[in-house]
Design a protein. Structure first.
Length: 600
């Protein structure tokens, strides 16, 4: 028996009985051989030789491949084969692959680790904000684009990397645009040995990236294989309550359609939780005569790692049955969920326009959403808007995030990297001068920049924290108010998912409200002080049962504790004192409020 594929994607034929994994010296598992056989059917595998030839002869390569082609998992392994064709002779050669979302970085790294038959955190790892699951043995590292930008702040030439892969470039996230700008303007010029691969799911963005690199980048297109047909069903008239309409359609699909999982797109985390509750209540008593039991699950970027298994680990599901996934736009292209047959698209998403607001999606996004239904078999996409709305009112593409975001953090990052001429910095889509001016004024008001636009000592310290400038300012100045321990705890709680549990059972909702009220501050105001009280109470117990008794999520609190430890290490490195006012002192809460107000 033989199987195609090797440790790290080396593509060689190995004996199932005798092969030893080159990366860890252990025999390959049965799971590895099963996965290897599936990998050979991916469309991107047919372009492997072409890809490696272009990579060998070009410093920058753009790959356009449709969703589901395998580019996110296979391209890094193709590169790995090219670097380590024989033995691992250079431990410093590492491949970095960026994702716009942290959930995608984590899930794809797990998949690639499984394909290479290694443990996550060893040869394959990931790095997201507040979590670095990589080590000295790591040769393939998945990161959020923001995480790699932060690495570039400390290591301007990205010396540890031999190849940088920027995935999902068509999403045009803020971090992706900043990273591409840094790569073009400085890194590639100073590292002629460094290769850059930019991957996009849309041809238009791929061609735009090629033009951005002044034609010096090669372009490879992976043809879309014959997709399974997807029937598009439009609404007869526009709906006002899109969330309610999405819930009703999900229930209707469950009652009327043959077996197959359902993906419902909504705009944000709170709406996801509300939709899950409503769908659960409506389908919970309907029985499973047609497709078996129903499991309703949420999917969004703030999900803790342990909560993702029920979506992606099908071995944990009990067939037959139907899964209804309620998700943000993360399920459009960043994550592939096996078994989706029905997609419900309300036509909205939260976009960053200075702050997150619910806005209509573009035609390109709508097409990506409908394509999810046809990845494994024929499917249906129910659009909760009219065909006229799609044809006449939806924009063709979504504006890049950099054109609609607050740029204060971007400016602070570039200033820290020594890039001062922001107006002429090589952004793919340059933001309006007014947006840069507002960012400069904001940073000047915070004291991060002086009147000449130069980085101050305060600004240098603020840039060291993976926080928005307003939050990092609060932390840096907190020792002056003798409350840095408390500000650390508050900001850590703000950096993790909502810790308060809201039961779906009506009988327990009142008990949950009472429990939350017990953590409120005595004067009845201040969500920040409520979070501080929750964290302090948790640290006195650190008992999961105490958390459940008080309707708070132990996973979220544990994650906050981890964030706090990392921020505290940065403070120690910057010689910022960890201190507290005596809790019995009348100035205890006054000092905390002063520090919180210091960041605006």
């Amino acid at each position: 028996m033989s199987s195609t594929g090797g440790g790290g994607g080396d593509g060689v034929v190995v004996s199932a009985a005798a092969a030893v994994n080159r990366w860890n010296g252990r025999p390959y598992s049965q799971t590895y051989h099963k996965i290897s056989n599936k990998r050979t059917t991916l469309p991107i595998r047919h372009k492997k030789d072409d890809f490696l030839q272009l990579l060998n002869t070009n410093q920058t390569l753009i790959v356009v491949a449709p969703p589901g082609s395998g580019k996110s998992t296979q391209i890094p392994q193709f590169v790995l084969e090219s670097l380590y064709r024989h033995d691992r002779t250079d431990q410093k050669m590492m491949i970095g692959c960026t994702q716009p979302r942290r959930l995608a970085a984590m899930s794809v790294s797990r998949r690639v680790a499984a394909e290479m038959d290694v443990a996550v955190g060893e040869e394959v790892g990931y790095k997201i904000r507040y979590q670095d699951c990589s080590g000295e043995r790591t040769v393939v590292k998945y990161l959020t684009d923001g995480a790699l930008v932060r690495e570039a702040m400390a290591d301007p030439w990205l010396a540890r990397y031999k190849v940088v892969i920027v995935d999902e470039a068509h999403e045009r996230s803020l971090g992706t645009d900043v990273l591409l700008g840094i790569m073009k303007e400085s890194v590639l010029r100073n590292r002629p040995d460094l290769k850059l691969v930019v991957m996009s799911a849309t041809a238009s963005e791929g061609e735009k990236v090629q033009a951005y690199f002044n034609g010096a980048a090669a372009l490879m297109k992976v043809p879309r294989e014959k997709a399974h047909p997807v029937e598009i069903v439009y609404a007869q008239e526009s709906v006002r309550d899109y969330l309610g309409a999405a819930v009703r359609k999900a229930v209707e699909v469950h009652l009327c359609e043959p077996p197959g999982d359902v993906l419902v797109f909504v705009a944000g985390e709170e709406e996801i939780e509300a939709a899950c509750r409503e769908i659960d209540e409506q389908v919970g008593n309907l029985g499973g005569d047609r497709v078996g039991p129903v499991k309703v699950v949420a999917l969004h970027s703030a999900l803790l790692e342990t909560m993702q298994e029920e979506i992606f680990d099908h071995s944990r599901r009990l067939p037959p049955g139907r899964m209804i996934v309620v998700s943000t736009s993360i399920a459009e292209t960043s994550l592939a969920i096996d078994g989706i047959v029905y997609v419900i698209d309300p036509g909205f998403d939260k976009q960053n326009v200075e702050s997150l607001v619910v806005s209509p999606i573009s035609k390109a996004r709508a097409l990506q959403r409908s394509g999810v239904a046809g990845r494994t078999q024929a499917g249906k996409c129910f659009r909760l808007y009219t065909e006229r709305t799609f044809n006449d009112e939806m924009p063709t593409e979504t504006d890049p995030e950099i054109l609609r975001s607050n740029l204060a953090n971007v400016v602070l990052t570039l200033k820290k990297m020594g890039i001062h001429d922001l107006v002429h910095f090589g952004f793919m889509d340059p933001p309006a001068p007014e947006a840069l001016t507002r960012a400069l004024e904001e940073l000047n008001g915070l004291g991060a920049l002086d009147d000449e636009g130069n980085l101050t000592k305060l600004g240098e310290m603020m840039s060291e924290f993976p926080l928005e400038p307003q939050l990092s300012k609060k932390l840096v100045v907190s020792p002056e108010f003798n409350c840095s321990n408390e500000i650390l705890s508050i900001l850590s709680m703000l950096s993790v998912p909502n810790c308060f549990l809201r039961p779906r059972e009506e009988a327990q909702k009142a008990a949950a409200d009472e429990a939350k009220a017990r953590f409120s501050h005595i004067d009845g105001n201040g969500d920040h002080l409520t979070l501080l009280n929750v964290y302090n109470a948790y640290k006195q117990n650190e008992d999961p049962q105490w958390c459940l008794d008080n309707f708070v999520d132990p996973k979220a609190l544990k994650a906050a504790d981890n964030v706090r430890q990392q921020l505290a290490r940065i403070m120690a490195r910057l010689n910022l004192k960890l201190c507290s006012t005596d809790v019995n002192n009348t100035d205890y809460y006054v000092n905390i409020r002063k520090a919180m107000q210091a960041g605006g």
